[in-house]
Design a protein around this ligand. Sequence first.
Ligand SMILES: *[C@@H]1O[C@H](CO)[C@@H](O)[C@H](O)[C@H]1NC(C)=O
Ligand SMILES: *[C@@H]1O[C@H](CO)[C@@H](O)[C@H](O)[C@H]1NC(C)=O
Ligand SMILES: *[C@@H]1O[C@H](CO)[C@@H](O)[C@H](O)[C@H]1NC(C)=O
Ligand SMILES: *[C@@H]1O[C@H](CO)[C@@H](O)[C@H](O)[C@H]1NC(C)=O
Length: 407
Amino acid sequence: MRLLSACLATILAVSVETKYIVPGGRWRDTDGNFINAHGAGITFDQKSGRFWWFGEHKTEEEPEGGGVSVYSSEDLATWKSGGLALAPIEGHPYIAPGGVIQRPKVAYSAETEDYHMWWHADNSTYGLLLQGHAVSSKIEGPYTFVDATAPLGNWSQDFGLFTDYKDGRSYALYSNGDSRDGRDVYLTSMNSNLTALDKVVHRFPKFDLEAPTIMQTEKSYWALMSHKTGYRPNNVVAFRADSLSGPWSQPFIVAPLNMRTFNSQSGFTLRIEGTKKTTHLYIGDQWDSNSVWDSRYIWLPVRTDESKKTLELEWHDVYDLNVNTGEWKPIKGKTYSAKQAKTHGDTYKQEANFATDGVILTGIYGNDSTVTFENVEGSGKPQWVSFYYQNTDDLGFGDQRKYTSIA
Ligand SMILES: *[C@@H]1O[C@H](CO)[C@@H](O)[C@H](O)[C@H]1NC(C)=O
Ligand SMILES: *[C@@H]1O[C@H](CO)[C@@H](O)[C@H](O)[C@H]1NC(C)=O
Ligand SMILES: *[C@@H]1O[C@H](CO)[C@@H](O)[C@H](O)[C@H]1NC(C)=O
Ligand SMILES: *[C@@H]1O[C@H](CO)[C@@H](O)[C@H](O)[C@H]1NC(C)=O
């Protein structure tokens, strides 16, 4: 049972516009259903001119082995469901219900003229540590299972796939598990037809990180990864290099400390090459550790500075992205601060130098201890309301694992 000690700082109200991106919101597809595609990979397909979002289909009954969902979009905000691109098969050694089909990614091979899906394939106790491979002649699938293999004879857990936009070469990224001998992240080139792994290009040794992705700017490669805290968010780090084989920099955090990467985990980054600018989006997961099938998505613009060699995620409650020009802009709303709010029951105002106006509201619990923001002006139309909060039982103590009994 989670402690309900959320402390409300401010709320922000902006008008609803379906094409906006609202990190952490309840995203629905064009049929009105919640988008169910976690641990995502997004592929821009030249043939269809659309973005294709692949992700884990999670349900309460099948939280890890539900198969791979696919959605497509022209604007990255309006998503049409294509159902399951890879469906679990009863009794199958690698994609049976009850197993693990995680972090799927799809890339196109001009050589085989096929779409290749790769993912972390495992059994329910994570004892296999394999990479799954499936193929389809159509990007939306259905994909046909090919094999699940140990990459170059080794273990593979969280999976990422990166394609270099300069030469079209693809690479697999994978953490090699939690064993004593593992705890590395591998960057391994794939063969030109995406049917197998080729050779290890770099190993990030013993950092014990997972959920890897690589983002490429004009001069740099940036590898983003998270610590291993299960489904609890932590402070994602990045490494920078001029070349994929390194040397890679020391890791550094990509969001303000203790924000736990805005309550998200890394996993993918998307390059949008527009007519006016190139924008990179961080495609993260906001896992709900109590009901993982009900997790949300945190997509944020990434800002880099090649001369300072820095990378930062930019938080915006709501932003408008134009995939044609590559431009995006935050949508501004009106802010209501905790300082002016009315408290009831055990809710009280507490000094907090990190909060708006130096005050948070805490002790909000049950039906009797509440807070009221008065005189909130509505537009008379549907509006987005953002609440800024932090769990005080989870503040500031680093990236420790939830259960101390984990070895
Ligand atoms: C998963 O695979 C490992 C390695 O073969 C095996 O030891 C373990 O028992 C398997 N777990 C299940 C639930 O089958
Ligand atoms: C497997 O990974 C471990 C840890 O990264 C490494 O020490 C070992 O050499 C690798 N084995 C093979 C066959 O690549
Ligand atoms: C992919 O390329 C490898 C060599 O790079 C070759 O052995 C294999 O037959 C190719 N597979 C397909 C499906 O073309
Ligand atoms: C709080 O109010 C809701 C709605 O009236 C009610 O369903 C719920 O049982 C109440 N919870 C408690 C703890 O009183």
